[in-house]
Write a protein that binds this ligand. Structure first.
Ligand code: ADP
Ligand code: ADP
Ligand code: MG
Length: 472
């Protein structure tokens, strides 16, 4: 088993990985930028090292991180999500330094991180993919010709894109002409690659993704699917496991496809195969994420499998502990990404000091976060400040619990997406499990909630103010 792991990340996912290490008797090493000096992961890890005054560059400095891991006697690095998690050079650098990278092989990361290469691999494995260009586009003329033959609308995408960025829908030739250079410049800036491709736009699809686990002994299983259709601008907001919009036959089919996809590319460790589901109940492969995902929590909740622990076990060379038939689901889980954003103001980031925070609790509630009262959210990173995960035996009860937990949570000093989520939870289409990736855009009215504090909140704010005044 591994003895010591460097966590090349920050925020809630760093804390999540530290918790897995603690349960497994593994020492954890945290890293932090100057801006993160007071971050929770720094306090929670067994050891912490400052990696520079720049907010970002330290978390992205492959050689400094690999050297630090070696110097501190680590045997492995966990990359979390974002940052270097899907960087093949990082995985390779770890290996060359005799460190285990907790994720798949560098070649597999490289291949799956390139969306056109991934599409090719899936076609070869017999997995349905959206109709689209077979490789990267060479020119706007080629793009126009390709779009004409596929039929509008099309999606223009950055080949190495991620996090919902570098994607534009084009409804006609003019739009494609206009967006072509935009996406190229976006892609160059955000991902350091100018490669773009296009594929058919599936109008208002459902986003269904399957969690897979594969070991180094040829075993691969899936942990069923998640429904991430509640998105804004291609970014996930609320995720659900399993999808309340699939029947059991679809569930088995898509799980099976994901395992075939993983096996066909020699995948190891935890990964996610993302699909789109159209109105005619057809699934199309979209991309594979070669890392732990933000929403791995809901799969853990309904299956009882600790995905981060399994990642570490697989990386240590152990065989999978579960056979496919041993994976049992129970009920529904919903995750809310609590973002420091103001829904009423075009979801503008709302960074600042958390004046008071208390986590929601009670049955069926899990909170993954790295915030605490008095913590100042630095403006340099992701706006996601917490994940609230609820579960219950039925879809209806999971919704009720979600509502209760979000109201239960106390988070003051910044604006968050919580009041907006409470509106989504009330919506009949959400309640009857009938929604697609167009939901947020189609229901722009849901941001028109009242900002008047609820009486019980008001009471607690007054109580807190009085307590701080009297020094109680
Ligand atoms: P998930 O795929 O786990 O559901 P997201 O797509 O929201 O979650 O991505 C998780 C985090 O990783 C976000 O902070 C996002 O900005 C970042 N991210 C994902 N892919 C990339 C990428 N290719 N380049 C840079 N950042 C990325
Ligand atoms: P990322 O790497 O940023 O996660 P994805 O390729 O997974 O990018 O796409 C992100 C989201 O964009 C999807 O969840 C979906 O809502 C939308 N999307 C992507 N491709 C298509 C498509 N061909 N048709 C319709 N929507 C799409
Ligand atoms: Mg995706």
């Amino acid at each position: 088993m591994l003895r010591k792991i460097l966590i090349a990340n920050r925020g809630e996912i760093a804390v999540r990985i530290i918790r897995a290490c603690a349960e497994m008797g593994i020492r954890s090493v945290a890293i932090y930028s100057e801006a993160d000096r007071f971050a929770l992961h720094v306090k929670k890890a067994d050891e912490s090292y400052c990696i520079g005054s720049e907010p970002m560059s330290g978390y992205l400095n492959i050689y400094a991180l690999v050297n630090l891991a070696a110097a501190t006697g680590c045997d492995a690095i966990h990359p979390g999500y974002g940052f270097l998690s899907e960087n093949a050079l990082f995985a390779k650098a770890c290996k060359e330094r005799g460190l285990i990278f907790i994720g798949p092989d560098a070649e597999v990361i490289h291949r799956m991180g390139d969306k056109t290469e991934a599409r090719k691999a899936m076609v070869a494995a017999g997995i349905p993919v959206t109709p689209g260009s077979s490789g990267n586009l060479e020119s706007v003329e080629e793009a126009l010709e390709m779009a004409e033959s596929i039929g509008y609308p099309i999606m223009l995408k950055a080949t190495s894109g991620g996090g919902g960025r570098g994607i534009r829908r084009c409804d006609n030739a003019e739009e494609l002409q206009r967006n072509y250079s935009r996406v190229i410049s976006e892609a160059t800036k955000a991902f350091g690659s100018a490669d773009v491709f296009l594929e058919k736009c599936i109008v208002n699809p459902k986003h269904i993704e399957v969690q897979v686990l594969a070991d180094h002994h040829g075993n691969a299983i899936h942990l069923y699917e998640r429904d991430c259709s509640i998105q804004r601008r291609n970014q996930k907001l609320i995720e659900i496991a399993p999808s309340p919009q699939l029947d059991e036959a679809q569930r088995q089919y898509i799980g099976g496809l994901a395992v075939i996809a993983a096996k066909s590319v020699g995948y190891t460790n935890a990964g996610t195969v993302e699909f789109l589901l159209d109105d005619n109940d057809r699934f199309y492969f979209m991309e594979m994420n070669t890392r732990v995902q933000v929403e791995h929590t809901i799969t853990e909740t309904v299956t009882g499998v600790d995905i981060v622990e399994e990642q570490i076990r697989i990386a240590a060379g152990l065989p999978l502990r579960f056979k496919q038939h041993e994976i049992v689901r129970r009920g529904y889980a919903i995750q809310f990404r609590v973002n420091a954003e103001d829904p009423k103001n075009s979801f503008l980031p709302s960074f600042g000091k958390i004046t008071r925070y208390y986590a929601p609790g009670g049955p069926g509630v899990r909170t993954d976060t790295a915030i605490y009262t008095g913590y100042e959210i630095p403006p340099y990173y992701d706006s996601m400040v917490a994940k609230v995960i609820v579960n219950a035996l039925t879809w209806e009860d999971a919704i009720q619990r979600g509502e209760r937990a979000l109201k239960d949570m106390g988070l003051f000093g910044i604006k968050t997406t919580i009041p907006y989520y409470l509106q989504i939870l009330k919506h009949p289409e959400f309640r009857t499990a009938c929604f697609n990736t167009g939901f947020v855009e189609q229901h722009g009215e849901l941001v028109n909630y009242s900002n008047k504090p609820r009486p019980e909140v008001l009471a607690s704010v007054i109580a807190a103010a009085m307590a701080s005044h009297t020094g109680l």
